[in-house]
Design a protein around this ligand. Sequence first.
Ligand code: PRX
Length: 632
Amino acid sequence: MQDQENEILAPAEALVYPPDYIVNEAYINREIYAKMYRDSIENPEGFWHGIAEKELHWFEKWKDTFEWNYPDYKWFVGGKINITYNCLDRHIIAGHFHKCAYIYTNEASTEQRITYGELFDKVCRFSNGLLSLGINPGDRVGIYMPLCIEQIVAILGCARIGAVHSVIYAGFSAKALKLRLDDAKARVLVASTYTKRRGKMVDLKAIADEATEGLECMEHIIIHQREEPMLLDELEIDFDQFIATQSPVCEAIPFDSEHPLFILYTSGTTGKPKGVVHATAGYNLFTHYTTKIVFDLKTDDIFWCTADTGWITGHSYIVYGPLSNGATTLIYEGAPDFPDPASWWAVIEKYRVTKFYTAPTAVRLFMKYGDEWPAKYDLSSLKIIGSVGEPINPEAWHWYDKNIGRNNCAVVDTWWQTETGGHMIVTLPSLPQKPGRAGLPFLGIEAIVVNRQGTPVPPHTVGMLIIKKPWPSAFRTCFGEPERFQKYWNEIEGVYFAGDLATMDEDGYIMILGRSDDVLNVSGHRIGTAEVESALVSHPSVAEAAVIGKPHDIKGQSIKAFVILKQGIEKTEDLKKHINHQVKHELGAIGVPDEIEFVDKLPKTRSGKIMRRVLKAKEMGTEAGDTSTLED
Ligand code: PRX
C-alpha cells in the first residue's frame, strides 16, 4: 500500500442523485449541509455545544465545551450525564414505554421483541446485580456473547452504574479472550453458553471456561444460558436468576462527561491488540447525532445494522446510537447466507425494514449468489442502505443500489474506525453520491488528504487521511498504553493520523484506498499481520512467519502466510492444516490464513524487519518499489 503514495488516480465516475423523496424527507439537504458544514468548521465548539443542548439530557450542564491539552482532549468538561438515561429513561418519560426497542431474529427465524419499558426493567436489574457484587464505577466487565437481547442488557447494565464494558467478539479464541480480559483486568465476565452459526452450535461456554482458568483478576462469571440450563459451578451465576432476584429500580447515576464508557480491543501493527477507550458524553452525542442524520432516522423507522456488537459498528449503530434516538432496531444472530442466500431479504420483507446498514463483503457475497435471490422478495420498505468497514467498489455499489435498493434508495457509504467512535466521512442521504468514494466529511469534521509532511496533496493524488482536530467521540486513550494513543497525534504533528490511504477529488469527495500500515481488512474485520504471525510461530514446527493481505473478490482481502519451518520438519499439506488449527486456537477463525506457503527465507531489512511489501509485490507480480534496505 505504501507504494501507492503520491500516485495520481483517474477521477471517479459521475454523480448519482438520490430519489426526490429522500431529499425532501431529509433533516439535512444539500443547501443546509453546505452552510452547516462551513459553520461547524469555523466554530466546532459552538456547533457541538448547540447539538449537545438540543439532543441530549444532562444532569448538569458543562462549563467548557472543549479542552485541548495536546495531545489529550476533553469534551463537555464539568457536565454530568448518564448514557442509559438518554437511551432509556427519557424515552419512557416521553411515553414510549411500549415502543419496541429491539426485534431479535436468527437463522431459524425465531423471534423475540423487547419494548423500551421491558429493556429498562432488565437493565436496572442487571445494574443492581453488578452493584450487589461490589462492582464500582470504572471497574471493567468483560462480555463474551453473541448478538442477542441479553448482550445489550449486559452492556447497558454496566454503563448505567459506570462500569466499563469490554465486549469481546464471540468469534475470538480462548487465548484471545484471555489476553483481552487480562489486559483490561476485568472483574466480571458475562458469557453465553453458545451461539449458532450455519445451524452449528459454537460452544462459547467452553471457550469462556478455558479463558478464565487461572485468570487472577476474574471474580465473577455470569452465564447466560440459552434454552437448555446446565449445571454451573460455584463461581458461576445464572444470568436469568441474577436479574430476577434484583430490584427493577436503579436510578441513573450522573457521571462526568469524560467518565470512561467502554474499552474495545482492536488490531494495530504489533501483536498486542489496543484497548481503545471511549468517554461517555462525547461518544453519546456523536453516535446519537450521526445515527439520526446519516440514516435520517424517524420515529417509525425499522433500522437494521447487520454488524456484530463485538465490533465498534455494533456498539455505535446497534446499541447506543439507535437507543439514544428511541428507534426500533432489528438484530440478527447468525450467518448472512444461511439457511439460504435470501435469508436477509426475507427478514427485510417480513419486518418492513426501512434503513439497512451492512458491509461491502456481504454485498459482494450476495452478488456472487445472483440477482434472483433478492428478486423474490418485496424490499420496497427500504429507504436508505448503508455501507461500512471497507471500500465499496463501484460494481458492488451499483449492484446494491439496483438489486437491494431497487434504484429507489439512497446508498450511503460511511468511513470511520474503532478509534473515531462514529461516522467521519459519509455521503449524507440527500447528497449526490459518487460510487466508490466514501464521500464528504461529516459536520464538524475536517478530514483532508496530506503527504507525510502534513501538506495537502492535489486532487486525485494518493496521500494520508488525517483529521485536523479532535471531535467529541474521538477515543481518549489506549487502555494502559498512553504512548500508543499519542502516536495517532504525533505521526504528523498535531493532527489525527487515521492510517488509511486516500484521495480527494475537486468536489472534496474522499476515496479510501485501504490501510497504509500492516493492518489487514478481511471481510471487514480488522486484523494485524503481527497478530497472525505470532499465532503462526506459536506452532512448534514454525520458526518464522510473515503475513500479507491479497486482494479477494468477496472478502476484500485474504490472508497469505509465508512460513519457515524449523530444521528437519517436513513440508506437508497436513502440517498446513495443523498450523491453521493452531492459529484458530490462538486467535480465532477470523485470523486463519487462506493460504500457507513454506519458504526457506524471508525478505528482511538489514536491521532484521520483515519486508512484507516485497513479499506482496512478488505474490502480485508487481514492482517491489525501493528495496535498497533489503538485506539480501
Ligand atoms: O481501513 C478503514 C476501513 O476499516 C478501518 C477501521 O476498522 P475498524 O476500526 O475495525 O472499524 C470498522 C468499522 C467502522 C479503517 O481504517 N474502513 C471502514 N469503513 C470504511 C473503510 N474503508 C473504506 N470505506 C469505508 N466506508
